[in-house]
Write a protein that binds this ligand. Structure first.
Ligand code: SAM
Length: 211
């Protein structure tokens, strides 16, 4: 994603500490206290400009959502999208998701969403892929026993790599689709990247997996 410097972004984030949680590591094990209601928690890693989390929150008022985004100039757009939806069941975190166990307690999360994660195609960057086995260990710890990991991507190589990584880790692939938009799933909420790639005619791959 192209990063445009936004000199106002740091102040904007600081002014909205009710939305972008300033001390996310302090919230480990008690995220639910920050929401009006305790209800299943969805976590999106690499939220980007926030279309997915904003719409998921407005379409699923019986869930809470947290979006993590490391880029300052991008998270501000996600903030605006969440504010435009007027929802109170979505929060954002401005951090690099390295070890999620520092931020979330055991079994604290119900669903993890990996939407169009950076594919890191070079073999020497494998460890950075969000479906590398070291990340799967973290997801397993913070997810509830029946928690789901939902991956969507346009990148066939990254998708294949991820399916192999899930299988080698011993995960169960509950649903695999090679063309999500042709599958008739009307509950699907599109992300910015999903709109961009599907408008070019590219198929969207999705896998729902459990540990
Ligand atoms: C390719 S974009 C996809 C954005 C969005 N999910 C979508 O589908 O439109 C990936 C995003 O993930 C963010 N990102 C990548 N690795 C991250 C990490 N370790 N922690 C937090 N954000 C990350 C990037 O800054 C970027 O905004």
């Amino acid at each position: 994603m192209r990063l445009r410097h936004k000199p106002w972004a740091a102040d904007f984030i600081k002014e909205h500490q009710d939305l972008v949680i300033p001390d996310p590591f302090e919230q480990k094990g008690k995220w639910q206290q920050l929401f009006p209601k305790e209800q299943p928690l969805g976590l999106e890693i690499g939220t980007g400009k926030g279309q997915f989390i904003a719409y998921m929150a407005s379409h699923n008022p019986d869930m809470n959502f947290i979006g993590i985004e490391k880029a300052e100039s991008i998270i501000v757009t996600a903030m605006q999208k969440v504010m435009d939806q007027g929802v109170s069941n979505a929060l954002l975190v401005h951090e690099n998701a390295e070890d999620l166990r520092d931020m979330f307690g055991k079994n604290e999360v119900d669903t993890i969403y990996l939407n169009f994660s950076d594919p890191w195609p070079k073999v020497r960057h494998e460890k950075r892929r969000l479906t590398y086995h070291k990340f799967l260990e973290q997801y397993q710890d913070i997810l509830k026993e029946d928690g789901k990991l939902i991956l969507k991507t346009d990148n066939r190589s990254f998708f294949e790599y991820s399916l192999v990584s899930f299988s080698q880790y011993g995960m169960t692939l509950e649903d695999v689709t090679l063309d999500l938009h042709a599958s008739g799933d009307e509950s699907n909420i599109m992300t910015e990247y999903e709109e961009k790639f599907s408008s070019k005619g590219q198929p969207i791959y999705r896998c729902i997996a459990t540990f």
